[in-house]
Design a protein around this ligand. Structure first.
Ligand SMILES: [Ca+2]
Length: 453
């Protein structure tokens, strides 16, 4: 295992040299303006590729270093264990020697009491013999004491090393906790590569002088802009919210309640799997021409800086429709867990089954940010939502279409105030748009005060 890793590290070094050579190539001499543009874009793309390769190289290097540290630790622990076993064996030998010493002393004492030793000549010979044996025993005991001191010194050495290893392990574990996970880096690389495949072109690039004069040629920030720019049919448009670093496609509804709505969620047939991970919910999934989740990052860029309206439209299995309109809706950033930061001003005929979730962070099956200490609501209810502990709506739950057995309570795509939690709706969609210039002010108790006036 170690040899393979070392080999990998060698390859990494070769790769790094290659990256360094390629990445240090500057754009060549100037040509005509079109060629310059093309060359600059190519250089930019190559530079992005280099950035990606550099991150991959550093990631692999980090993996190799962690692997080698672990192998070294295991090796040191094995050596410590071997020494301890050796010491146990020596300890047993010492015990055996002391036992022998005790037996000898017993025999000496017993011999002194024998009547035959009372005869002078024999007594003298016996005493000499005993003296010699006692001397030998004393030397033996001195050797044993010296050996014990050596053992103590060895034990202290091992303890010191085990303590040092413990410190290193603790420090490694601490560093491991602080390390960015490989999954996070891999996901970031996917996003970086995505940017390379679909490079961002500044909105005013390739525009003629007349087009540049007009604000209407800028990429619209949301579907409301699209509508105000004179595009009235519902459909798919390219937008770039003010705080988003790139443009993306969205589905606009220009017909419902004065139009200008940007879809963030659409389900109507169950062909798209919605029981997905955090990363999928972050960047979005599905097909804008079918079922999809726009992505929490996009929803944050659309609603996180200016309070939006939210419209939830629901249809049950018999075709009965209902809606829930919120005059104020805002989703926080990833750092804030894409929390449902602002929600209020409900009106509609579906009932308010979202207000329970106001303030909660978003949770998925692989990222539990709910308030249920004993479990993960996303796993328990087969969805991904602003779960608290747990839910009064679950529009990313299972697509089961209709009445459900009791065992499926809370599992379906449901809205409790409309058809209850033991029912899975046939259609659901969520749309946002910025609050109009003439919208009434938002009060802490929703819009009740402004509606009365
Ligand atoms: Ca939990």
């Amino acid at each position: 295992m170690l040899i393979i890793r070392r080999f990998s590290f060698g390859s990494v070094v070769i790769c790094a040299l290659t990256i360094k050579t390629v990445c240090s190539m500057p754009p060549t001499t100037s040509h005509g303006s079109n060629e310059d543009d093309a060359e600059s874009r190519q250089y930019l793309r190559r530079s992005q590729q280099c950035d990606t390769d550099q991150i991959e190289y550093r990631l692999t290097k980090l993996e190799v270093q962690v692997g080698e540290k672990s192998a070294q630790l295991v090796s040191e622990l094995r050596e410590g264990n071997r020494r301890l076993q050796a010491m146990e064996f020596q300890g047993a030998e010492v015990e055996s020697a002391i036992e022998g010493f005790r037996n000898e002393l017993g025999r000496i004492t017993e011999a002194g009491r024998q009547p035959s030793f009372q005869q002078p000549a024999e007594y003298q010979r016996g005493a000499d013999k005993l003296e010699s044996r006692v001397d030998n025993l004393v030397k033996g005991v001195q050797l044993v004491v010296a050996a014990l001191r050596g053992l103590n010194s060895d034990i202290a050495w091992v303890k010191k090393n085990i303590s040092a290893i413990g410190n290193v392990t603790g420090s490694l574990l601490q560093q491991h906790n602080e390390l960015v996970t490989k999954q996070f880096l891999t996901n970031s690389l996917v996003e970086l590569k995505h940017d390379q495949v679909y490079p961002q072109i500044p909105a005013n690039l390739f525009k003629g002088p007349d087009e540049l004069k007009s604000n209407s040629t800028q990429v619209p920030r949301h579907c409301r802009d699209v509508q105000e720019n004179g595009n009235n049919p519902s459909g798919i448009y390219r937008i770039q919210p003010e705080h988003s670093h790139k443009a993306f496609m969205v589905l606009c509804d220009m017909d419902t309640k004065d139009g200008g709505w940007t879809h963030i969620h659409n389900r109507y047939e169950g062909s798209q799997d919605f029981y997905l991970n955090w990363h999928d919910y972050k960047i979005g999934f599905g097909n804008l021409g079918g079922e999809f989740w726009l992505g929490l990052e996009h929803v944050h860029h659309l609603t996180g800086h200016d309070v939006n309206e939210l419209l939830v439209e629901l249809v049950d299995a018999k075709g009965k429709k209902a809606y829930a309109h919120y005059a104020a809706f805002s989703v926080g950033s990833e750092v804030e867990g894409y929390a449902l930061k602002v929600l209020g001003g409900y009106n509609g005929d579906a009932g308010d089954s979202l207000i329970y979730h106001a303030g909660s962070r978003f949770s998925t099956k692989d990222l539990d940010q709910d308030s249920w200490a004993e479990g993960n609501c996303a796993q328990a209810h087969n969805g991904a939502w602003w779960y608290r502990s747990c839910d009064t709506s679950n529009l990313n739950g299972k697509y089961l279409n209709g009445e459900l057995p009791e065992s499926y309570l809370y599992q379906g795509m449901y809205w409790s105030e409309f058809r209850g939690a033991q029912y899975s709706l046939a259609q659901a969609r969520m749309m946002v748009r910025p609050r109009g210039r003439h919208s009434p002010p938002i009060f802490p108790n929703g819009l009740e005060r402004s509606r009365r006036t």
